[in-house]
Ligand binder design. Structure first.
Ligand code: PMP
Length: 404
């Protein structure tokens, strides 16, 4: 391959008129993008996207150097058999590095699946419940709500606490909701990506035979977690640990093997567990990328160190908001503010468009809040460097000085 440039033919996606009425895939005018093989990190934007999100630059550069010929195998990871020794070494290292990072106990299985966290909203009740079984859901934002609604098709879930009336700005106190003593599990979303609400501690299921289940999609591997408190932890990879297409499920082994008869084979944890996530063709390249990220997190000193960095980044951003005398506001109760997703609004809402546009000119992109809540949102996952947050804070102060 030429070291200079590679041409890719892509559709021009930048001016789709209406996403509702237009097929996203009807990409007409071809656009030639020249990718310099020598591209350097300095050419990149500061990406505050909520997911798919920024990946560590050293991981991307490593993947780039491995892309054409992985470790002298003569193949890219994308071209390897998922049953060959090369890929087996990749997936096994990814799993063992994740086990080291999270200190996953031996009585837990780690599954690398597909279908996103959304698929787990159905897989969980299908695997853990009979149709009549009661289960409890804490709903602290849109994702917890979606998980609850999907469970309604497969078991008998109840919302035991919802933050909807307070616009999802809180989590409940642990004595502030009534659990069903027979609930098979208590489900929560550990970090609500849209609303920026994060559990800092976790409730214990009232049923001694029940388990706690957490959707950790948007704070997975952002801090240490005591896995033994949970029956199941699940996460889409595309925020903190890799590209979209990989979903990680960490499940206590005794919970595997009781799926409802109607459970599709691809949703049955037993099938995936017995086949070490290789029942069918897994998302090989995505798993390889997750493995590179796990390696990088270990090299940084593990999740305690990662958490320390995340706390520092979040603090300077929340401080900037809180010290702006109301110019910027974050609606989330202080004690449960997310370290990962920071939603904020402008007192003068009419300036929000300008804020986002001007930030983009400074290469700070994807700061628009989710369409359901508006305002702004800065997602500052593990891969966001401190300098990226510092640049945003400097821009916010300068913007305020011009507009206050
Ligand atoms: N849960 C949370 C907390 C999320 O942030 C998301 C995606 N943004 C999902 C679930 C759904 O994940 P996926 O798109 O991978 O199905």
């Amino acid at each position: 391959m030429s070291a200079s440039t590679t041409s890719l033919l892509l559709g021009n996606q930048t001016h789709l008129p209406s996403l509702k009425s237009q097929s996203l895939l009807r990409l007409t005018k071809p656009l030639s993008i020249r990718c310099a093989a020598s591209s350097t990190p300095t050419e990149r934007v500061i990406n505050f996207a909520a997911g798919p999100a920024a990946l560590p630059e050293n991981v991307l550069l490593k993947a780039q150097s491995d892309l054409y010929n992985w470790r002298g195998s003569g193949m890219s990871v994308m071209e390897m058999s998922h049953r060959g020794k090369e890929f087996l070494s990749i997936i096994q290292k990814a799993e063992s590095d994740l086990r080291r990072l999270l200190h996953i106990p031996p009585d837990y299985s780690v599954l690398f699946l597909q279908g996103g966290a959304t698929t787990q909203f159905a897989a969980l009740p299908l695997n853990l419940c009979n149709p009549e079984d009661p289960v409890d859901y804490l709903v602290t934002g849109s994702w917890g709500d979606k998980a609850f609604k999907e469970a309604q098709k497969y078991c008998n879930p109840k919302v035991v606490w919802s933050g909807k009336a307070e616009k999802y700005t809180k989590v409940p106190s642990f004595d502030g909701f009534e659990q069903n003593p027979h609930a098979k599990y208590l489900h929560l979303c550990a970090n609500e990506t849209i609303h920026g609400v994060e559990f800092k501690d976790y409730p214990v299921p009232k049923n001694p035979n029940g388990v706690l289940i957490a959707d950790m999609s948007s704070n997975f591997c952002s801090k240490p977690v005591d896995v033994s408190k949970f029956g199941v932890i699940y996460a889409g990879a595309q925020k903190n640990v890799g590209p979209s297409g990989v979903t990680i499920v960490i499940i206590r082994k005794d919970l595997i093997g009781n799926a409802q008869d109607v459970t599709p084979v691809m949703l049955d944890y037993k099938i995936h567990d017995e086949n070490s996530s290789l029942y069918n063709t897994p998302p090989c390249f995505g798993i390889y990328m997750c493995g590179l990220v796990f390696d990088d997190l270990l090299a940084q000193g593990g999740l305690k160190e990662v958490e320390r960095k995340n706390q520092r980044k979040a603090k300077i951003l929340y401080d900037a908001i809180d010290e702006s005398r109301g110019f910027f506001r974050c609606p989330v109760e202080k004690s449960v503010r997310s370290l990962m997703n920071v939603p904020f609004t402008l007192e003068k809402a009419e300036l929000e468009g300008e804020f986002i546009k001007e930030a983009a000119k400074e290469k700070m992109v994807q700061l628009k809040g989710h369409r359901s809540v508006g305002g702004m949102r800065a997602s500052i996952y593990n891969a966001m460097p401190l300098a990226g947050v510092e640049k945003l804070v400097a821009f916010m102060k300068e913007f305020q000085a011009r507009h206050a």
